[in-house]
Design a protein around this ligand. Structure first.
Ligand SMILES: CC(=O)N[C@H]1[C@@H](OP(=O)(O)OP(=O)(O)OC[C@H]2O[C@@H](n3ccc(=O)[nH]c3=O)[C@H](O)[C@@H]2O)O[C@H](CO)[C@@H](O)[C@@H]1O[C@H](C)C(=O)N[C@@H](C)C(=O)N[C@H](CCC(=O)O)C(=O)O
Length: 514
């Protein structure tokens, strides 16, 4: 509990109405979540306006309200501010005892790979015996406690509350995904980062930001607003990330694969096995607190494939160095990271491989198929589940991306399923979408094998699989659905193809961790 006037020291107030120094027991930004004693912060949102729900908030026991415009008809204290989202972040931070100040905060932004990078960073820190927290798309990890996530980056109130719980659990380091939406909507307001990273940017989320320039500006604010106390990790191969080198007060640590003029250079990359290997060369001396990193070289072997993994790993490795983790521990820790669920996840590996990928959008499909192309294998069997809820435009763009890669992958047939028995009404693929998909494939000379049921499609693929082939489960989502079916069919066919599950039994799979 805190006195209202004490709590209000954390924000800039324009004016107050019905002044009274009430006791405040909590904060809420949704009237439905108000409990007696809370201060309710009214946010003008995209869909509705929190000022409309004051009655509901007071009925639930709100003792004060934060507003952008004074409201008539209420006798509890009203605090007028210029921006409620800023106020929510500042109030939450203060209420929970400024938790981020007591933690080593690592904030990672990128269009692709935020989740993987945070879990890779976590793996490095854990290998050094550090108590860690992770905040991101898949889950919130507070020590051994895993909470499913609602958003990539939580609303500021929830974020500061999670950080407070981490303080209480004795956690010292937090690897956190920072989305552009979160930066735009002040969800990371008042979070004191120690290390921030900008890895890549491509066209996405333009709907929210209005233009690519606005999207970049939101992401860039993580770096541009960093202070001289912070470290910024920047990727010189991404022109947008590189452009921020001179736009921040933070100490910068730069890297590249193509560009070797940065502090670290990543070279001799081998992607042929599905487990990326490379050499990291520290090219310039740098000092972190008492540790001096002299120019040196070390090998890295990941358990994950592809160039994108290498970029993600570089950010995680550099975060590890900036946290003082010794190089041999970094090598071990990053190798222990087995990948994030359904992000090019190898669910079976023996005479052939089964890989599960969410195949969500053209950008992700591009990376996935490029990764596949870099691997050595015999034949590719692609089982692609078309889903209606992606919308006809995305479905068409996905088809075009598959068609673009088909010749490079020697792929002249595709196994397609609509998974009719597992979808809700909104997920149903419209006939026109399927026709559009088939047209794109036939223009490329790709034969489409269409199955109504995913299990039939997978069985067809597995019955013809040979040594060193790859079965790619593309977009076969939902409760381990495609992966589970594939492994069940495999165990049924086992006596005939004599294989065993080596890589990771399904029941052991936990998001981002082994
Ligand atoms: C576009 C966006 O980010 N919207 C977020 C925003 O919603 P909004 O502004 O539309 O809020 P609103 O529904 O208009 O409501 C306004 C206010 O009235 C309140 N309200 C509403 C109804 C009611 O009965 N009582 C009440 O008090 C709401 O709690 C809110 O405070 O503020 C809400 C409260 O914090 C968020 O839940 C919501 O995230 C939505 C669910 C969402 O899907 N966001 C996605 C786009 C997102 O943020 N994604 C990124 C990842 C993508 C990336 O990489 O950028 C993420 O970080 O997860």
């Amino acid at each position: 509990m805190i006195k209202l006037y004490e709590l209000l020291k954390s924000i800039d107030i324009i004016d107050m109405k019905n002044e009274k120094n009430v006791d405040v027991t909590g904060i809420a930004y949704n009237s439905k979540n108000v409990t007696p004693g809370d201060i309710f912060v009214c946010i003008k949102g995209y869909k509705t306006d929190g000022h409309k729900y004051i009655f509901s908030a007071i009925s639930n026991g709100a003792v004060a309200i934060v507003v952008e415009d004074f409201q008539e008809g209420w006798d509890i204290p009203q605090i007028k501010v210029s921006n409620s989202r800023y106020a929510l972040a500042a109030l939450s931070d203060y209420f929970y005892g400024c938790p981020s100040k007591k933690l080593k905060m690592i904030g990672i932004t990128a269009t692709n790979g935020k989740t993987t990078t945070t879990f890779m960073t976590n793996s490095i820190l854990e290998a050094y015996g550090i108590e860690t927290g992770v905040i991101g798309t898949v889950s919130i990890k507070i020590g051994n406690n895993i909470i499913p996530s609602q958003l990539t980056t939580p609303e500021s109130l929830d974020l500061h509350r999670y950080l407070h719980s981490m303080n209480k659990e004795g956690i010292s380091h937090v690897a956190m995904e920072v989305s552009s939406s979160a930066l735009e909507l002040s969800r990371v307001g008042n979070v004191e980062f120690d290390i921030v990273a900008f890895n890549n940017i491509s066209r996405e989320h333009i709907d929210l930001h209005g233009s690519f320039e606005n999207y970049f500006d939101s992401k860039a604010s993580l770096i541009r607003n960093a202070s001289e106390k912070q470290w910024a990790i920047l990727n010189l191969d991404c022109p947008y990330s590189a452009s921020l080198v001179n736009q921040t007060k933070a100490k910068t640590l730069t890297f590249g694969i193509e560009n070797n003029t940065g502090d670290l250079w990543c070279r001799d990359i081998d992607l042929s096995t599905g487990r990326a290997k490379f050499i990291v060369e520290v090219r310039k001396e740098f000092k972190v607190d008492d540790i001096v990193y002299k120019p040196t070289m070390f090998d890295i072997e990941l358990s994950t494939p592809g160039y994108h993994s290498v970029y993600n790993a570089m950010v995680a490795i550099m975060a590890g160095l900036l946290c003082g983790v010794p190089i041999p521990v970094i090598q071990k820790g990053i190798n222990q990271f087995k990948g994030v669920e359904r992000r090019f996840e190898i669910i079976f590996e023996d005479e052939f491989k089964i890989i599960d990928d969410h195949f969500a959008n053209p950008g992700n499909i591009n990376i996935t198929l490029e990764t596949l192309q870099k691997m050595k294998y015999n034949n590719l069997k692609l089982v692609y589940a078309i889903r209606g809820n992606r919308g006809p435009i995305v479905n068409k763009e996905n088809a075009q991306m598959i068609a673009k890669w088909a010749p490079k992958l020697d792929m002249n047939e595709i196994i397609v399923t609509l998974s009719k028995s597992h979808v809700t009404e909104k997920d149903r693929v419209q006939d026109e979408e399927l026709i559009a998909f088939q047209r794109v494939m036939s223009e490329q000379g790709i034969k489409v094998h269409l199955y109504e049921e995913l299990s039939d499609a997978i069985e067809y693929a597995l019955s013809g699989i040979g040594n060193d082939d790859v079965l790619m489960l593309a977009g076969c989502q939902g409760m381990d659905y495609g992966a589970k079916i594939a492994l069940e069919i495999l165990s049924r066919l086992k006596p005939y193809i004599d294989t065993k599950v080596l890589f990771r039994p399904l029941e052991k799979r936990v998001a981002g961790m082994e």
